[in-house]
Design a protein around this ligand. Structure first.
Ligand SMILES: Nc1ncnc2c1ncn2[C@@H]1O[C@H](COP(=O)(O)OS(=O)(=O)O)[C@@H](OP(=O)(O)O)[C@H]1O
Length: 303
């Protein structure tokens, strides 16, 4: 993410609210999905229904802990590389977070606007589809996603902690975490696998070949860049590069947000039983579907 005092200011405010919030009071339900009271409100969701998307908007969709901040940085860099001005986030870039008036202010922002979101497909504002904004959806294997989610809660001193990994695992499997069930999220998007304006990418693929991923994303969104520019953006958005700058970009939470950036860290937390439970859930929800295959579950989630 570009150096941005607005982002840090927003994170600081959220952390202040978090400090006063017990885990048992953290989540509220809106239209069947649970969200954290520290950064989401029903009023903002209502205002979001009237949000006017533009065809030039860049929508970056991902379930929490699947690499949203990574994509934000890549797209800030893509915009910088093709325009004379540095890209600054004029608002906290997660579309559904903030005060209800933010959508009025966003009307003044120049295109392209970057809209990150953790919303499920059917909760996105309708104008994204009617105005044909392009959407990039990034997925990460559920075992590493849960692992990252748990560490975020339990490592950051100001965010409510779970009693244990076992506790968190059972809430995650029931979908009683921020932004609801990982599995519902993926199943929802999987119905749109062939939609014209949607591109799906995998965290693990991007990690394996960042340069190829940046090139693909740039092409999909119509950025015309040289090979050298693509390489420079890839160099600036490796995990190491982003972690090194994380205090500057995200304040004190930075090193917790850019924690390990690995594939397979789940093996340090999951018991055999938990691992099997998740395998069964994955099979039940996604086995044999095109998106299920794209997730390369057996490669990333089998010991
Ligand atoms: N450049 C790069 N390369 C590889 N991995 C990266 C990168 N940037 C962020 N990350 C990892 O993404 C995880 C955080 O995901 P999000 O940014 O979606 O978090 S959040 O939901 O917005 O809080 C978190 O994963 P874990 O390290 O496993 O916790 C980050 O480290």
């Amino acid at each position: 993410m570009a150096q941005n005092s607005k982002v840090i200011e927003y994170i600081d405010e959220a952390l202040e609210k978090s400090r006063e919030t017990a885990l048992s009071c953290l989540l509220f339900s809106y239209q069947g999905i649970t969200y954290p009271i520290t950064i989401c409100t029903a009023e903002t969701f209502q205002a979001l229904d009237h949000f006017e998307a533009r065809r030039e908007d860049i929508v970056l969709a991902s379930y929490p802990k699947c690499g949203s901040n990574w994509l934000l940085q890549i797209f800030s860099e893509l915009i910088c590389a093709t325009s004379p001005q540095k890209y600054e986030h004029p608002e906290f870039p997660v579309l559904e977070c903030g005060d209800p008036e933010k959508y009025q202010r966003m009307k003044q922002f120049p295109s392209p606007r970057i809209l990150a979101t953790h919303l499920h497909y059917d909760k996105l504002p309708k104008s994204i589809f009617t105005n044909k904004a392009k959407i990039l959806v990034m997925f990460r294997n559920p075992k590493d996603t849960a692992t990252s989610f748990f560490h975020f809660h339990n490592d950051v001193p100001d965010i409510p902690s779970y009693g244990s990994w076992d506790d968190f695992f059972s809430y995650f499997m029931k979908g009683q975490v921020s932004w609801g069930s990982y599995f519902d999220y993926v199943v929802n998007w999987s119905k749109h696998f062939d939609d014209e304006n949607i591109m799906f990418i995998l965290y693990e693929d991007l990690r394996e070949n960042l340069t190829a991923g940046v090139k693909q994303m740039a092409e999909f969104f119509g950025f015309s860049l040289t090979g050298q520019q693509i390489q420079t953006i890839s160099d600036r958005t490796t995990f190491q590069a982003m972690r090194a700058k994380s205090q500057e970009t995200h304040g004190p939470i930075g090193p917790f947000l850019f924690r390990k950036g690995e594939v397979g860290d789940w093996k340090n937390l999951f018991s055999e039983t938990q691992s099997k439970k998740m395998d069964e859930k994955f099979n039940e929800c996604l086995a044999g579907t095109p998106l299920g295959m794209k997730l390369k579950y057996d490669t990333h989630c089998k010991a």
